[in-house]
Design a protein. Structure first.
Lengths: 719, 287
C-alpha cells in the first residue's frame, strides 16, 4: 500500500545546503510553463535579464501544451526529472501539496495584491509567488453602446435601445466558469459552511436570473466561445463577458472598451468572477531551491512585472507595476486591475475539481429550460456527494497476494504440463518463435508491462495523492451498479449499451459507405477516378482533433451549417446537443466522415482481387445489380472485410476524441461511451484514478469477449 | 444495357455515378476547406460562418507558425519538422522491421501459440491508453530513453506492431507458396527466401504498413509532450497543441499548423495511392 506522505521541505534549510555545492559549469535552473505568444516573449525577456546577471546559472525554460503540463509534471517530478519551478494556475496547489509535489514558499514582501497571495495559500502556508491573474470582465462594443452598463437593469435596458438582431449580452452561459460571476453576485458559491454545497437558495436565484436572460431574449442560444467571438466581431453582441484571452480574438476594426462586470440590480453586489492566479510554484524535488526563489523574486519586481504587463498584456500581481507610465494610460489593463478587487479566488483544494461537472450539468439543464433551478441543484449536490465520497475502507491485501501467487503457480503448472505433452510440437515451433520474438518481446516490454501496471491501479483508491488498497471493490461497485440506478447515465450498463450502439452503427456506416463508394470507383468507364479517390481519403490525412471541432461547429443550433441547410430546405432547425438521439447522430456523422475512407480503401483492394467473370455470368443468368452484389461480390469481399471490421470496431469502441470533442457527452452525459467515462473519472471527478482504471480494465474485458466471439468467425479465415 | 458488358454504360448511369461521387466529395471537402479558410484568415477566432471560403486572405498565420524561434533565436519549426520526420520514419522502419518476421511466421509456420499470438496482437489494440501513460513514463525513464527521439519512436512502433503484423500477414497469405517451395528444394534457407522472394513481392503491403506507422507517429502529441522535455526535441503535433489554450484556442495559427502538418501525409497518400489499394489487407483476403 504505497501511501505517499506529504513531502514538506524546509526550503530555506535546503537553500543553505545547496549554496556551497557550486560546481564547474553553469548551474541549470529549469522552469516549465504553458505560456505562448506575447506572454511567453515577456517571460523569456524577464528571464534573460536575470540570466545575464547570473553568469554561472543557465535558466532552461520549456513551454508545454496546457493539456500535457499537469500529467507531465506529475510523472516527472517524483522521478527527479521535473523542473525546479513551474508556472501553473493556482487551483492545482492543494492537489500537488497533498501529493508532495510542491514545496512552500517564504512569505513575500508586501506589494502584491492580497487576493492573489491568498489564492496560493493552502493549509495556512504559502505555496508559490503570484505572477499574474486572470478573470472575466465585460467587453463593450463602443459603436453600439457608449457607456458600460453599470448594473444588470442597465444591461436589460439595452434590449430596447439596440438595433434588431443585436444581442445586449453574449457569454458562454452554459459553462459553469462563466456562470460563476452571477452565482457570486447573488451571494452564492460552491462552498457552504460545511464544505461544498451546491443546492443553496442563492445559487438557485443565480440560475433563475441566468435563465431569465435567455427567456427575455438577451442572450443568443448555445453560446459557444466561437459564437461569442463571432457575434462581437460582427457587431451582433453589444457586450461580452470574457477573459483576457479574448483580446487576441477581437477583430482590429471593432472599437471596444473593457469594464468590470455589472452590479446585480436590487442586491447592490457586483457580479464577481473567479480569480485564477498564475503562480510560480517550487517543485518539492527542485535541485536548486535557493536560486529558484531568487529568480522568483526577480520576476515580481515592479519594473519586471511592468514589462510583463506591457509586453505580455498580463494582469500582474505586483501593485507598484501599475505606476509604470506605459500602464497608467492603458484602459484595458486598468479595467482588469479594477476587476481584480471584485473576484472570488477559485478554491485551491483538491475537492474543487469534482464540482465542475455537477455544476455544469445543473446549469445546462436550467438554461435549456428542462428543469427548475432547485431540482437541478439538488441533483447536482447528489452527484457531487458521490464524486467526492471518501475512499472505500482499506482491504487486507494478503488474500489478493495469495490468490495472485496461486494463479501464477497454476499458470506455470499448466504451461509446464502442456509443454511436456506437446514436446515434439514445441521443438518444431522453436524456429517460428525466433521469427516472432522481435515483435513479441518489444510489445511485452512497452505495451504489456505498462498496461499491467496501469491495470493494477484499479485495485487502489486514489484521493488527493493518497492511495488505499481496496481490492476488487471498484469492480463490485461498477458491475453491481451499487451507486446508481442501472438506467442512470452513470451506470456502467447504460454506458455499455450506448457504446455498443455507437460501435455497431459506426461500423455499419463505415462499411456501407466505404463499400458503396468502392463499387462505384472500380468501374473502368468512370472518368476522374483518380481524383475522386484522392479526395475521398482526405479525412484520413487531416489531424482529427481539428476536424472534430469543425464538425461540432457545423452542428450549432443557431449558426451551424447543417441547420442552415435544413432551413434552406424548409425544415425546422434542430437543437442537436439537447436530445440523446440528435447528439448521438452528430457524433456518428463526424466519426463516419473520418472512418469510411479506411473501409473504402480496404474494399477497393479486395475488389481488385475478385475476377469479374463471375458477375458477368450472373448477369447473363438474369441477376439484377443488387442480386449480383449480394450473392456474388459480397461473399467474395467477406474474407477481406471481416478483419477490417474487427479492427475498425475495436478502434471505434475506444474512439475517445470524437465523443469528447463533438458532443462532450451531452445531453447530461447520455452520449458518453465507456472510454470517455473512464477519462472523466480520472480527470474531472476528483482524480479517481483507481476507479477510472477499473473502467479501463472492464473496457478491455468487454473487447476481449468480443474478440473471442469474432475469433470463431475469423478462425475459418486464419486456418 | 449494363456496365459489365463491353458496351458503354447508359449516360444516365454515368451521370448518377458522378452525382453521387460529387456529393460525397463535397461532404468530405467542406470541413477540410474550413480548416484552410481559418488558416488563411488573419484572425485567431473560430469561424462560424457557413461559407468555406475566406473573405480576406493572408499568410500571416503560416508565417507565425513557421517563424517560431527558441531561446537562442534558432528556427524551431524546421527543427521540429525534422524531429517529426525522424520519429515517423524510424517508427515506420521499426514497426515494419519488428513485425515483418512475425507476420511471415504467422502466415507460413504452424506453431504452438500461433492463434493465441494472433489474438494477443489484436487484444493489445484494446488497451485504453489512459491507464498506460504514467507507467510508460516510468519505464522509459528506467531505460534511459526519456527525452530521446529513439525512445519515442520505439513506443510508437510498438503501438503500431499489431496493425503491421495483421496487415502483412494478410498480404503474405496471398503470395503463392509454390515459389518458396521451389526455392526450398534448391536449398535456399528460409531467411534467404523471406528477404529475396517474399519481401520484394510484398512491396505494396510494406508501403501501406509503413504509411500507417508513419501516421501513428506523425499525429500523436500526448506521449510526445510527456516524454520530451526540450523544445528542440518536440515533434510538430506538440507545437500545434500549444495553440490550444486552457481558455481559448488560437484557431488561425492552429489551423495553419494543421495544414502544414497534413501536407506531407497528403503527399504520401498521393504517392502511395496504388500501393494503398493493393496493400491494405488488414489480415484477410485468403486463408
Amino acid at each position: 500500500m504505497p501511501i505517499r506522505a506529504p513531502h514538506r521541505l524546509t526550503t530555506a534549510a535546503l537553500g543553505l545546503l545547496a549554496a556551497p555545492l557550486a560546481h564547474a559549469g553553469p548551474t541549470e535552473l529549469r522552469l516549465w510553463h504553458a505560456y505562448r505568444g506575447q506572454e511567453e516573449a515577456a517571460l523569456e525577456a524577464a528571464i534573460d535579464a536575470w540570466d545575464a546577471a547570473h553568469p554561472d546559472v543557465v535558466v532552461l525554460s520549456l513551454s508545454i501544451p496546457p493539456d500535457a503540463l499537469k500529467t507531465k509534471f506529475e510523472a516527472a517530478a517524483p522521478r527527479g526529472n521535473g523542473p525546479d519551478l513551474l508556472i501553473s494556475a493556482h487551483e492545482r496547489v492543494g492537489e500537488w501539496v497533498t501529493a508532495g509535489l510542491i514545496a512552500p514558499w517564504p512569505e513575500p514582501e508586501a506589494g502584491l495584491h492580497p487576493a492573489t497571495v491568498e489564492a496560493l495559500r493552502y493549509d495556512g502556508r504559502l505555496y508559490g509567488l503570484p505572477l499574474a491573474s486572470k478573470s472575466l470582465v465585460l467587453f463593450i462594443n463602443t459603436a453600439l453602446v457608449a457607456e458600460a452598463p453599470a448594473d444588470t437593469d442597465a444591461l436589460r435596458a439595452l434590449r430596447g435601445a439596440l438595433p434588431a438582431g443585436v444581442y445586449p449580452l453574449a457569454y458562454q452561459s452554459t459553462d459553469a466558469y462563466f456562470h460563476a460571476p452571477w452565482m457570486h453576485g447573488f451571494g452564492g458559491g460552491v462552498r457552504g459552511p460545511d464544505g461544498f454545497q451546491l443546492d443553496t437558495p442563492e445559487n438557485a436565484a443565480a440560475l433563475t436570473f441566468a435563465r431569465s436572460l435567455v427567456t427575455e431574449g438577451l442572450l443568443p442560444e448555445e453560446p459557444t466561445g466561437a459564437l461569442v467571438t463571432q457575434l462581437f466581431n460582427e457587431g451582433l453582441a453589444a457586450t461580452v463577458i470574457n477573459g483576457p484571452w479574448f483580446l487576441g480574438e477581437i477583430d482590429p476594426s471593432v472599437k471596444f472598451k473593457v469594464a468590470p462586470l455589472p452590479i446585480i440590480s436590487g442586491l447592490g453586489r457586483r457580479a464577481a468572477p473567479y480569480l485564477t492566479v498564475e503562480g510560480l510554484l517550487l517543485s518539492a524535488h527542485a535541485g536548486q531551491p535557493a536560486l529558484a526563489m531568487e529568480l522568483g523574486a526577480h520576476l515580481i519586481r515592479p519594473e519586471v512585472a511592468a514589462d510583463r504587463a506591457a509586453i505580455g498584456r498580463q494582469t500582474v500581481a505586483t501593485l507598484a507595476a501599475y505606476d509604470d507610465p506605459r500602464l497608467t494610460d492603458d484602459d484595458v489593463i486598468e479595467a482588469f486591475r479594477a476587476q481584480l478587487d471584485a473576484t472570488v479566488p477559485m478554491p485551491n483544494v483538491p475537492e474543487m475539481g469534482a464540482t465542475w461537472e455537477p455544476s455544469a450539468r445543473a446549469l445546462r439543464r436550467v438554461m435549456r429550460g428542462g428543469m427548475g433551478p432547485e431540482e437541478a441543484l439538488e441533483e447536482a449536490q447528489r452527484e457531487l456527494v458521490y464524486f467526492s465520497r471518501p475512499a472505500p475502507p482499506a482491504v487486507d491485501s494478503t488474500p489478493y497476494l495469495l490468490a495472485l501467487g496461486a494463479a501464477v503457480l497454476a499458470g506455470l503448472v499448466t504451461l509446464g504440463r502442456q509443454a511436456s505433452q506437446r514436446r515434439a510440437e514445441l521443438a518444431d515451433s522453436l524456429r517460428a518463435f525466433a521469427w516472432v520474438a522481435p515483435a513479441a518481446l518489444s510489445m511485452a516490454l512497452l505495451v504489456l508491462i505498462p498496461f499491467g501496471v496501469g491495470a493494477a491501479v484499479s485495485l487502489f483508491a486514489h484521493r488527493s495523492g493518497t492511495w488505499t488498497f481496496v481490492g476488487l471493490t471498484h469492480f463490485f461497485d461498477i458491475l453491481l451498479a451499487r451507486d446508481w440506478p442501472i438506467t442512470s447515465n452513470f451506470s456502467f450498463y447504460a454506458t455499455l449499451a450506448v457504446t455498443v450502439l455507437w460501435t455497431v452503427s459506426n461500423v455499419c456506416l463505415h462499411v456501407g459507405i466505404g463499400v458503396a463508394l468502392a463499387m462505384l470507383l472500380r468501374e473502368p468507364w468512370l472518368k476522374l477516378r483518380g481524383m475522386y479517390r484522392v479526395l475521398l481519403i482526405l479525412p484520413w490525412a487531416v489531424p482529427n482533433y481539428i476536424t472534430a471541432l469543425i464538425w461540432k461547429g457545423m452542428f450549432h443550433r443557431q449558426f451551424g451549417a447543417i441547420n442552415g441547410v435544413l432551413v434552406a430546405l424548409g425544415l425546422e432547425p434542430v437543437s442537436w446537443f439537447s436530445k440523446f438521439s440528435t447528439a448521438f447522430a452528430a457524433n456518428l456523422a463526424t466519426n463516419t466522415w473520418m472512418g469510411f475512407p479506411f473501409m473504402m480503401v480496404v474494399t477497393l483492394g479486395a475488389l481488385q482481387a475478385i475476377p469479374r467473370d463471375l458477375e458477368q455470368a450472373a448477369e447473363v443468368d438474369g441477376a439484377n445489380a443488387w442480386q449480383r452484389f449480394r450473392h456474388v461480390t459480397l461473399p467474395l469481399l467477406r474474407p477481406a472485410l471481416l478483419p477490417a471490421v474487427v479492427l475498425g470496431s475495436v478502434w471505434t469502441f475506444n474512439m475517445f476524441n470524437i465523443i469528447y470533442l463533438v458532443s462532450g457527452g451531452e445531453p447530461d452525459g447520455g452520449t458518453e461511451i465507456l472510454i470517455s467515462e473512464a477519462y472523466r473519472w480520472a480527470f474531472s471527478r476528483g482524480n479517481r484514478y483507481g476507479y477510472a482504471s477499473a473502467y479501463a480494465v472492464l473496457v478491455f474485458g468487454v473487447l476481449l469477449l468480443y474478440s473471442r466471439a469474432t475469433n470463431r468467425i475469423l478462425g475459418r479465415g486464419a486456418a | 444495357m449494363s456496365s459489365l458488358s463491353a458496351r458503354a454504360p447508359s449516360p444516365l448511369r454515368v451521370a448518377m455515378a458522378h452525382a453521387l461521387l460529387i456529393v460525397a466529395c463535397a461532404a468530405v471537402l467542406y470541413p477540410v476547406l474550413w480548416v484552410l479558410k481559418m488558416a488563411l484568415t488573419p484572425s485567431q477566432a473560430f469561424s462560424m460562418d457557413p461559407s468555406p471560403f475566406p473573405s480576406t486572405i493572408s499568410l500571416q498565420n503560416f508565417i507565425d507558425v513557421l517563424s517560431t524561434t527558441d531561446a537562442y533565436g534558432g528556427r524551431l519549426f524546421f527543427r521540429q519538422l525534422a524531429n517529426s520526420l525522424i520519429v515517423a520514419v524510424v517508427t515506420s522502419a521499426l514497426g515494419i522491421g519488428l513485425s515483418c518476421t512475425a507476420a511471415y511466421a504467422m502466415s507460413r509456420f504452424r506453431f504452438v501459440g500461433r492463434e493465441a499470438g494472433m489474438s494477443m496482437f489484436l487484444i493489445t489494440q484494446m488497451f485504453p491508453g489512459v491507464v498506460m501513460l504514467i507507467p510508460l513514463y516510468i519505464l522509459l525513464d528506467s531505460l534511459a530513453l526519456l527525452d530521446s527521439l529513439l525512445g519515442l519512436a520505439l513506443v510508437y512502433s510498438t503501438t503500431s506492431i499489431p496493425f503491421c503484423t495483421w496487415n502483412l500477414k494478410g498480404y503474405f497469405d496471398t503470395i503463392p507458396r509454390e515459389l518458396e517451395e521451389a526455392a526450398l528444394m534448391d536449398g535456399a534457407s528460409r531467411w534467404t527466401i523471406f528477404t529475396k522472394i517474399v519481401l520484394p513481392l510484398a512491396k505494396p503491403a510494406l508501403a501501406v504498413t509503413g504509411l500507417f506507422s508513419f501516421m501513428t507517429a506523425w499525429n500523436e502529441f500526448i506521449l510526445a509532450a510527456t516524454l520530451m522535455s526540450d523544445e528542440r526535441a518536440y515533434t510538430l503535433p506538440v507545437v500545434l497543441q500549444k495553440y490550444v489554450g486552457d481558455f481559448s484556442t488560437e484557431w488561425g495559427r492552429f489551423a495553419a499548423g494543421a495544414v502544414l502538418v497534413s501536407v506531407p501525409v497528403m503527399a504520401l497518400f498521393f504517392a502511395l495511392q496504388k500501393q494503398l489499394v493493393e496493400g491494405l489487407t488488414a489480415g484477410g483476403v485468403k486463408g
